[in-house]
Design a protein around this ligand. Structure first.
Ligand SMILES: [Zn+2]
Length: 392
């Protein structure tokens, strides 16, 4: 299987193959910038990672996850099973595997158990919490459940009593779920939720309706900085926790996105520390939570025209990857590279950003043309989109 096939079907390669030189060279400026963005002295935690195997063909081993965290300079992570073929009954086997791997991680991984509301969820949740699970994960799409069923009240009650964080998939592939979810959260004022993927499945309704609920958190695992900037404009910065969703995302790129966005919305070093690890630490401590603070940034955010064009082409390239059209993605990236050639950038910051984008998007397009290196091109595209989307 080529590396590109693996990216589409199978997630990050685990072959140990050396990344191509063009990728390493293009990555260097992002690594240097990430080192500067990193909040000093803070312990970083990726709140959304997986281990094991998924029915869609993706998988991640303990060693590969720890290496992925190391690449991002992140020590801690919360970890839970994938949509595992061995999940029946009740996710017991994948939950035990994750508990075991976390035990081998020298304190780096906080295990969450995954529950299926249709398969005795409370008994399995109690069993896992007693065995050391520090939180619970629910996936309404994969497990095909709604929020207005009695089992969900029982799961929320269990999490509320244990003060254990309950992380719920709120990304693509779902019908509007806000009404059921919000009613449930309102019936459980003590519950601590982490709504994954910036709750893009219903972000507007959820952030508005649950604004005064003290225990609502969001994670940052999205493709586009636009989704994240809007989240910051709608909720307290200390309720937003960095997450990257490996094997689907990478910790390095996810951390870069989270920290660039904090800076773009005018966040302080304290806000950066809260997002990068403080919010996760507060949840895992299961103690009192500080009251939510006012949101950051403005609802209306002016954008530089050239950067906006680049972002548009970049998102179209990203969409092409989902239908395995790497050739079309490369073509869209040629337009993005062309847009970086602007003799009238308007400011030094934009001029410097355009120069960097010219390099990274060129490398991304070239890597995407070769099936063996397309995976690396996709990684550079995500980083480039973040850079373009968070420069004013
Ligand atoms: Zn996930």
């Amino acid at each position: 299987m080529s590396a590109t096939d693996e990216w589409v079907r199978g997630g990050p390669r685990e072959t140990g193959a050396e990344p191509p030189g063009a990728f390493t060279r293009a990555l260097a400026p992002f690594a240097a910038e990430l080192a500067e963005l990193r909040p000093e002295g803070a312990e970083l935690c990726d709140i959304h990672t997986h281990l094991g195997a998924d029915e869609d063909g993706r998988s991640l081993t303990l060693d590969a996850l720890l290496e992925n965290l190391d690449q991002g300079g992140v020590r801690r992570a919360c970890v839970f099973p994938l949509h595992d073929p061995d999940r029946h009954p009740a996710y017991r086997v994948p939950n035990d595997r994750v508990l075991g791997w976390a035990g081998e991680s020298e304190g780096r991984l906080s295990p969450f158990c995954r529950l299926d509301p249709n398969e005795d969820p409370v008994a399995e949740g109690e069993r896992c919490l007693a065995a050391g699970a520090e939180g619970i994960k629910l996936h309404p799409r994969a497990q095909a459940f709604a929020f207005d069923v009695p089992e969900m009240d029982a799961i929320f009650g269990l999490a509320e009593d244990a003060q254990a964080p309950l992380l719920i998939h709120m990304g693509r592939g779902m019908p509007p779920v806000a009404d059921g979810l919000c009613a449930l959260a309102e019936r459980h004022p003590g519950v601590r939720l982490v709504l994954a993927h910036a709750a893009v499945a219903d972000q507007g309704v959820i952030t508005a309706r649950l604004r005064d609920h003290p225990g609502i958190f969001y994670d940052t695992s999205v493709w586009s900085a636009t989704d994240l900037m809007e989240l910051f404009a709608r909720t307290s910065p200390d309720r937003i926790a960095f997450g990257s969703d490996p094997p689907y995302g990478r910790t390095f790129a996810g951390l870069y996105l989270a920290l660039r966005t904090v800076r773009a919305v005018g966040g302080s070093p304290e806000d950066a520390a809260a997002v990068a690890g403080g919010a996760a630490a507060a949840l895992l401590a299961r103690g009192e939570l500080p009251p939510p603070r006012p949101p950051l940034g403005e609802k209306v955010r002016p954008r530089h025209g050239t950067l906006q064009r680049i972002s548009g082409y970049g998102m179209q390239a990203f969409g092409s990857l989902f239908v395995e059209r790497f050739d079309l993605a490369a073509e869209m990236l040629e337009l993005a590279v062309a847009a970086t050639r602007d003799p009238e950038p308007g400011s030094d910051e934009v001029a410097e950003t355009l120069a960097r984008l010219g390099e990274s998007l060129r490398a991304s397009a070239d890597l995407m043309r070769d099936p063996d290196t397309g995976f690396f091109g996709a990684g550079l595209l995500h980083l480039s989109l973040t850079l373009a989307g968070t420069t004013a």
